[in-house]
Design a protein around this ligand. Structure first.
Ligand SMILES: NC(=O)c1ccc[n+]([C@@H]2O[C@H](COP(=O)([O-])OP(=O)(O)OC[C@H]3O[C@@H](n4cnc5c(N)ncnc54)[C@H](O)[C@@H]3O)[C@@H](O)[C@H]2O)c1
Ligand SMILES: O=C[C@H](O)CS(=O)(=O)O
Length: 484
């Protein structure tokens, strides 16, 4: 990898301000060609335990810094991320596969979280409450929870980390992260920049490891960990949440999705197609908020399908570093097989291929951008989180039917509605059982908004002032003896 600042290429765990040599390593490969990118130091449980100890030791001093001091350090971290964005984008694309333009967009979100929470950390307000008697005063203060342990996914190797670390550090928590084994280099580069920014030793620690289950048990069961924050699949999140019960930890979960994308007969179809492309095919469909099912009102089904097909057929598939590429590789062979199986099973169940529907001629883990029509809500492609570049089209007749079908899933993360009648928009937005609703807009992510899901898509919110609450405890002070 040809970096302008080679020091950003870090391959060892970062614990208590030191880069730790490990006896074992695991390979990080480029999904575009399967080639090895790096061998990364494989942190074991004792090293992860030492990271928790370092975070616990660093917590009192970090907590006791003023919010302004933490703000200044986070702003400096943000400045360094911006300054090194080209290198960081190349690291993302090399280890995860997304087109460079998307990697740059991810980084813009990553530093926006740092910038946003650097400022929000100065607004951790408390309150006084009118007391029931003149002998006392009631005061509420908010304090950092303590040591935070986090697990993050491979699909956004930078922004999923700062979306947690920035609010945690801003309020005075310390942080230990195990990133996904497929994409640890971005996390380690962020650690290098945090170190350069002057964030003290022990405050931000990164332990890449192939021992995901063992370290997951440590993070969820260690009494040193006050807060467990997880982003990943619902299946894994459910298991880890249960493990947190033994110590009654605070838990944040950002889990899987099955986003409905509703297109009504009064929609601006060009806007709906643009939104569909932006939502569905970003990161080759490997995002938690990708449109996963397209519900199209019968009278506009052909017009929408034809325009969508024209746009999908124009997508360029190739390595993320190649100019003009829209669709990069899927993260792994298993991921490719999973997507292809969902398509094949659904065609066998009666769906019709409009375009794509098979692994790409490029080979490797590239998959053809695909549209299926004649899909029903019970087909595998509609029931499962696809995590690939596939658009299933489902026809509906009435507004009530659309909302009922959209809600018929255990997931509740993102949803989308394209219509122009204001009464319809309000009725549908209020009826959708999801944490987020894009109304004539498909790009939801930004640091100022509360991102998160309901039902089995998660607990809590990340981003916005609500994202700060995940790392704070409320304390009630009762001041007695006030009677003269
Ligand atoms: N809601 C959100 O904000 C959001 C954002 C990104 C991804 N996701 C979801 O994440 C999933 C894709 O990411 P993924 O494949 O990395 O998910 P995953 O659940 O397989 O893994 C998530 C993280 O947990 C680790 N892990 C996996 N199994 C574990 C176990 N048994 N014990 C401890 N750790 C374990 C992984 O190594 C990774 O670091 C999708 O479902 C996607 O919707 C959700
Ligand atoms: O996978 C979904 C993540 O939340 C990243 S983003 O919000 O889609 O950028």
């Amino acid at each position: 990898m040809n970096l302008q600042f080679p020091e950003l290429m870090r391959t060892q765990p970062y614990v208590d301000g030191r880069w730790v040599q490990c006896g074992r390593s695991f390979a990080v490969n480029n999904p575009a060609d399967g080639g090895k990118v790096a061998d990364v130091g494989d942190a074991d449980v004792p090293l992860a335990e030492s990271a928790l100890e370092a975070a616990a030791a660093a917590f009192p001093a970090w907590r006791d810094r003023t919010a302004a001091e933490r703000c200044r350090l986070l702003h400096r971290w943000c400045e360094l991320i911006v300054e090194h964005q080209e290198d960081l984008a190349l690291i993302i694309t090399t280890e995860q596969g997304k087109p460079l333009a998307e990697a740059r967009a991810e980084l813009a979100n990553a530093w926006a979280f740092v910038e946003w929470f650097a400022e929000e950390g100065k607004r951790v307000y408390g309150e006084t409450i009118p007391a029931p008697g003149t002998d006392r005063r009631i005061v509420v203060i908010r304090q950092p929870v303590g040591v935070v342990a986090a697990l993050t996914p491979w699909n956004f190797p930078s922004s999923m980390i700062t979306r947690k670390a920035a609010p945690a550090l801003a309020v005075g928590c310390t942080f230990v992260l195990r990133p996904a084994s497929a994409t640890p280099l971005s996390a380690l580069a962020l650690a290098k920049l945090a170190d350069m920014a002057g964030i003290p030793a022990g405050v931000f620690n990164v332990v890449p490891s192939s021992a995901s289950q063992a370290i997951g048990r440590l993070f969820t069961e260690s009494p040193r960990v006050a807060k467990f924050s997880f982003t990943g699949s619902t299946a894994v999140g459910r298991e880890l949440m249960a493990r947190c019960a033994s110590t009654v930890k605070r838990v944040s979960l950002e889990l899987g999705g099955n986003a409905p994308f509703l297109v009504f007969d009064d929609a601006d179809l060009d806007a709906a197609v643009a939104g569909a492309m932006a939502s569905k095919y970003r990161n080759a469909g490997q995002t938690c908020i990708c449109a996963n099912r397209f519900f199209v009102q019968r009278s506009v089904q052909d017009a929408f399908a034809d325009r969508l097909a024209a746009a999908v057929k124009a997508l360029k598939v190739g390595p993320g570093t190649a100019a003009g590429v829209d669709i990069g590789p899927l993260i792994s062979t298993e991921a490719l097989q999973d997507v292809d199986a969902l398509v094949r099973q659904s065609v066998a169940a009666g769906a019709t291929l409009v375009c794509g529907g098979r692994p790409h001629a490029l080979g490797g883990t590239f998959y053809e951008p695909t549209i299926l029509k004649g899909v029903s809500n019970d087909m595998p492609i509609a029931v499962n989180e696809i995590f690939g570049p596939v658009s299933p089209l489902i026809v509906f007749d009435t507004e009530a039917e659309a909302v009922q079908l959209a809600n018929d899933t255990p997931y509740g993360l993102a949803s989308y509605c394209y219509a122009r009648d204001i009464g319809r928009i309000w009725r549908v937005a209020e009826g959708l059982e999801y944490g987020m609703v894009g109304i004539n807009e498909a790009v939801l992510t930004n640091a100022s908004a509360p991102f998160g899901g309901v039902k089995q898509s998660g607990l809590g919110r990340e981003g916005s002032r609500y994202g700060l609450d995940e790392y704070l405890e409320i304390k009630y002070l009762c001041l007695g003896g006030m009677q003269q």
